[in-house]
Ligand binder design. Structure first.
Ligand code: GLN
Length: 575
């Protein structure tokens, strides 16, 4: 069966209210089409003027998702990667800021040859050019583009206009719009109401776009009658009105859409022939494990400073869903506000009652640092499984310096520039950096693991690649006293100069990582660190004895070229 000549485009827009799950819908549709044998990519268009979300507060934007190539992107890219098991890149996230920046740069270079530079045609053409570029280079059959925001927002209009023009140029067989709307259930009337959807489609029509398929998010299943009504008023075939009611887990969404035949409707409209029947049995098993785990439950405390806003920890929360399934346990999450632990009357033992593992989250700035250090001290002293991520790892070294190595004022220079013991400090090349956007140590870097360590036990490899997003690093001058006091630097950059993983020898399970493992956990490939951490929490909750490493205690002999280490390990950029 021949592949389609042109890349087929699908635009996903959202109406009525935000947070209906356009990202999950796009990722789910991508998975369905991929499992039918098509080559699919998904990208996100964000209407804001920031060049990327890297400079935004997690309160504004939620988590910043970092790709292998070091792009700071929207958290929906995390869903795409987790569902499709494929890596995204800078090309997968375009913001209006990036579009305008490129247009203005061209104008400064004189590329518009004396013309007046305008939204139409210049900004729209810039969007269309980028789309064509991605379609050309992507080795793709289908490109799904999710447009951020809600229909009616002023700032997303250029994206919609670009879509309208492309549909006209490419024809209905090559581009379609899926509009995700809301059909609220009104308790007092015991009825689903279609009017908000009708209004949203009307608004979309004002921009010149007739949706091809409507996906209606609702609390209750949509009856045939409701689908007929929505279709009738919105000028859409009732078979193209797809119901999407609330699920127990987001990973059920592809299964529900498969049942509603969304993929078949899309393929029919785009003239795509089926390559094969989708096999999603692994996803069914996974959802079954998430919903009905057989081995009980564990409770993990996540300590951070954005706990009122869980989107700030999206990938961490999803990684625990994956690790719960792989360990066959339900993972309950207790969000712990770091600053609370700084109060004089705070009872940490009470706060952590029933908690089987503590994760200290990434972050920036000094708010809540002392509280995080309290939680780490408790985890270390009480032998509770601990995982520190990025700032969480940095805090673990500060705690160790202060309370084990006898360096009472130890700190990171991020929080105290004049500390006598700067165990965490700015990397040399970071000291000259003035601009904030895109200037951290970003993206994927290799790391070598020490044989016999917890890290090696968890990964079962010597060479790993993980994604980074930070400016500060462990200060090498402190390695010796730390090692003497029982800390194992079990992962370093290939040239040995940057500490990437720390762990404690005499502890049940205590690991701090300078990188972000949560960005690489996927449904089909749970991240080894999350799997290992939840396994340790499970053993701890079941009152099992201290987890032993499978090999005799660390044999710190030099690693002599293990089988899985390439003969040449390139030093990562910036090292
Ligand atoms: N603020 C720390 C740094 O810049 C940690 C960053 C993080 O947790 N992502 O190094």
């Amino acid at each position: 069966m021949a592949r389609p000549k042109n890349v087929k485009h699908i635009f996903v827009t959202g109406g009525v209210i935000s947070s209906l799950g356009k990202g999950i819908l796009s990722a789910s549709l991508g998975l369905l089409l991929k499992s039918r044998g098509l080559r699919v990519a998904i990208q996100k268009y964000d209407p804001y003027i920031n060049v990327d979300p890297g400079t935004m507060s997690p309160y504004q934007h939620g988590e910043v998702y970092v790709t292998d190539d070091g792009a700071e992107t929207d958290l929906d890219l995390g869903h795409y990667e987790r569902f499709l098991d494929e890596s995204t890149s800078q090309a997968s996230n375009l913001t209006m800021g990036r579009v305008y920046k490129s247009v203005i740069d061209k104008e400064r270079r004189g590329e518009y040859l004396g013309g007046t530079v305008q939204v139409v045609p210049h900004v729209i053409d810039e969007i269309k050019d980028r789309m064509a570029e991605l379609a050309k280079n992507g080795n793709l059959d289908v490109l799904i583009t999710e447009i951020g925001g809600t229909i009616g927002d002023i700032e997303s209009l250029p994206f919609l206009e670009a879509m309208r023009q492309m549909k006209l140029e490419m024809g209905d067989r090559n581009l379609l719009n899926i509009h995700l709307t809301f059909v609220p259930y009104i308790k007092a009337a015991s009825e689903l109401k279609t009017k908000p959807t009708q209004h949203s489609v009307k608004m979309l029509l004002e921009t010149g776009i007739q949706p091809d398929i409507l996906v209606c998010r609702s609390e209750k299943p949509l009856s045939r009658e409701i689908k007929n009504k929505v279709g009738h008023f919105c000028n859409v075939n009732e078979l193209d009105v797809i119901g999407l009611n609330d699920c127990d887990t987001i990973y059920e969404v592809p299964l529900m859409l498969l049942q509603e035949k969304l993929d078949l409707r899309v393929m029919k409209k785009l003239g795509l022939k089926k390559f094969r029947e989708p096999n999603l049995s692994y996803l069914r098993d996974f959802c079954n494990k998430v919903k009905h785990p057989q081995d009980g439950e564990v409770t993990i405390g996540i300590c951070g400073k954005y706990t009122e806003y869980p989107d700030a920890y999206k990938s961490i929360l999803e990684s625990f869903v994956h690790a719960g399934a792989s360990n066959n346990v339900r993972v309950n999450i207790r969000l712990l506000r770091a600053e609370d632990a700084e109060g004089k009357s705070f009872d940490i033992t009470k706060e952590l009652e029933g908690v089987n593992g503590i994760l200290v989250a990434p972050g920036f700035g000094d708010r809540g640092i002392e509280g995080k250090i309290q939680y780490i001290r408790y985890a270390r002293e009480q032998n509770i499984p601990f995982l520190g991520i990025c700032l969480g790892m940095q805090c673990a070294t500060i705690e160790f310096a202060r309370n084990v190595c006898g360096m009472p004022e130890a700190n990171s220079t991020e929080f105290n520039k004049r500390t006598r013991f700067p165990v965490i400090d700015l990397m040399e090349h970071q000291k000259k950096v003035k601009e904030k956007g895109g200037t951290m140590r970003l993206g994927s870097y290799p790391c070598i693991l020490k044989e016999g360590s917890r890290a090696h036990d968890v990964y079962q490899k010597f060479l790993i690649n993980e994604r980074h997003r930070h400016r500060y690093e462990f200060t090498n001058a402190f390695r010796k006293p730390f090692e003497d006091a029982g800390m194992n630097f079990s992962g370093t950059s290939p040239n040995g100069e940057l500490v990437e993983i720390v762990e404690l020898k005499d502890h049940r399970w205590f690991v701090g990582v300078q990188f972000h493992p949560e960005l690489k956990s996927r449904v089909q490939k749970v991240h080894p660190l999350f799997h290992g951490f939840v396994a340790a929490a499970k053993e701890y909750s079941q009152g099992k004895r201290q987890m032993e490493l499978p090999v005799d205690r660390p044999v710190e002999r030099p690693v002599d070229r293990p089988a899985d280490m390439p003969s040449f390990v390139p030093a990562a950029e910036g090292e």
